[in-house]
Design a protein around this ligand. Structure first.
Ligand code: AHR
Length: 511
């Protein structure tokens, strides 16, 4: 009797375990694939803030740090390898205090300004329009300029456009030639103000939408090819979005949106970027998942005024914002395995809304917030987030394949999130699959059903994981969290079984 009961129990347990194992699955719906994931979702942002521009990108031609015409060589090479599609500059809050004429011409003649938003340090304007646009050319990235609406004027903006893009015999283009650049640059995107609801002028949506119409009109007259991006909401501010779309939707090509992950949910009380506990690990991941709901609400609102989806939603600032590292410059934070998972799962969300989301720019590229690269003196280290960008790069410009996902949960304390996240796309006959396991304690087998496609073999497989959820790469130990080759998968008859290590991101190419 006792033995029979024991056998029954074992039977029940193994049946439950089988059901659980089957619960973690992702089915690719090839027949519903319709639109392309805009490569600009993998965009970057560089602001005159802390050590992003100076020290991070630009050290000047006289520096002892190895440089190419003033750009750090190590950073340049790392960014080239990342194939950045678009780079946003000069801010951020800085943009609405920036007067571009101070940043062109002989360096010794350029006046300084106080960077009022980021610690009041003296900005010497040695990195200006030429330095930025030449950088974009070197990186093969499209330029995304944020024009000053908060403390600038239409005249200042259109003169800047003329300076950058005109090939005619006109005053600003001639001044550019005098300053050493004969042909115009190719500037693709123009942001009309930044956070106009806050640091960009503290405006109401009605007031800003009138300004947006005015600035947009003249921007288009001076350069018809410019993609004009209006300042969108702060996170979930749907009223801002509705007012803008209603009043100025037809005057713009894109609307921005900013959403930052604050692990504790409160600005005054953020998480540290190192040494945080599991409660802050899961809270960070949970907060970042709010992006899904925010995009759902905002795309629905944009659909109401722009059903043909002409106006792109540009998430031109996103990422985790932690406390700055002690003794460091403004907004310098470390970057952990948590942040890598925030990046991967956020990309999964961007892909889901990629019919509307046409651009995203993580904040920021070097030494600020959730950066790709950290520098100290002549040293440089790649962050876990850098590797995520690499592991997702095949999705740039690929056709999005909708997925059906079944996943168990991961819980800690009062917080619960899905354990598995994933995404898929197809380009040139190659299917790219990315999976993330957010559970730091448990390996999880995921069944990926590719049977409605025609795939035969896995051609590339890599994994990013770490000894702990708060592991970081340091100048002393730069490879604690870096991508490695991955072998724990099996493909048979269109079914791919992937054994996800705890807290891991896996990238697979299947043909
Ligand atoms: O990225 C840092 C700051 O965050 C930007 O300057 C501003 O636009 C946002 O509030």
């Amino acid at each position: 009797m006792k033995k029979g009961f024991f056998l029954l129990l074992v039977g029940l347990l193994s049946a439950t375990m089988t059901i659980r194992a089957q619960d973690n699955s992702m089915t690719l719906r090839f027949d519903e694939a319709q639109h392309v994931i805009n490569k600009n979702i993998y965009g970057q942002f560089a602001e005159h803030l802390g050590r992003c521009i100076y020290d991070g990108i630009w050290v000047g031609p006289e520096s002892d740090i190895d440089n190419i015409n003033g750009y750090r060589k190590d950073v340049l090479e790392a960014l080239e390898a990342l194939q950045i599609p678009v780079l946003r500059w000069p801010g951020g809050c800085f943009a609405d205090t920036y007067h571009w004429k101070d940043g062109v011409g002989p360096v010794q003649d350029r006046p300084s300004l106080v960077n009022v938003f980021w610690g009041g340090y003296l900005e010497d304007n040695s990195f200006g329009t030429h330095e930025f646009l030449n950088l974009c050319e070197m990186l093969g990235a499209d330029a995304y300029i944020s024009a000053n609406v908060g403390s600038g004027s239409v005249k200042e903006m259109v003169e800047w456009i003329e300076y950058m893009t005109s090939d005619k015999d006109v005053p600003m283009a001639n001044w550019r030639r005098e300053n050493g650049r004969e042909k115009p640059w190719d500037v693709k995107f123009l942001g009309v103000g930044n956070e106009s609801w806050g640091c960009g002028g503290d405006m109401t949506p009605d007031y800003y939408s009138n300004l947006l119409r005015q600035y947009s009109l003249y921007a288009k007259q001076y350069d018809n090819s410019l993609v004009r991006v209006g300042c969108g909401p702060n996170g979930d501010d749907i009223h801002w979005t509705e007012t803008l779309m209603k009043n100025a939707g037809r005057n713009i090509d894109g609307l921005s949106l900013h959403y930052y992950t604050i692990a504790t949910g409160s600005w005054g009380n953020k998480s540290a970027s190192t040494g945080f506990d599991e409660a802050l690990f899961i809270k960070g991941l949970k907060q970042s998942r709010r992006m899904d709901d925010i995009l759902a609400r905002h795309t629905a609102m944009m659909d109401k005024y722009d059903p043909s989806k002409r106006v792109g939603l540009m998430v031109d600032e996103w990422g985790i914002w932690t406390d700055s590292e002690p003794g460091e410059t403004a907004l310098y934070q470390q970057n952990s395995m948590r942040d890598a998972l925030i990046a991967s799962t956020t990309f999964d969300i961007f892909h889901k809304y990629s019919e509307r989301v046409q651009m995203a720019n993580i904040a920021q590229v070097v030494n600020v917030l959730q950066s790709m690269i950290l520098t100290r003196g002549d040293k440089m280290v790649l962050t876990p987030t850098y590797y995520v960008f690499q592991m997702y790069s095949r999705h740039q410009g690929a056709t999005y394949i909708p997925v059906s996902l079944k996943t168990e949960s991961y819980s800690f304390g009062d917080d619960t999130i899905p354990a598995i996240s994933g995404t898929a796309s197809e380009k040139d006959g190659k299917v790219s699959v990315n999976l993330s396991n957010t559970n730091p304690h448990k390996s999880i087998k995921v069944t990926v059903d590719l049977s409605s496609g025609s795939v035969k073999k896995v051609t590339e497989a890599s994994v990013l994981t770490a000894p702990a959820f708060n592991s970081v790469n340091t100048f002393e130990n730069p490879d604690v969290v870096s991508s490695k080759s991955f072998k724990k998968y099996k493909l048979s008859k269109g079914i791919l079984e992937v054994v996800m290590p705890p807290m891991a991101i896996v990238s697979l190419a299947v043909e």
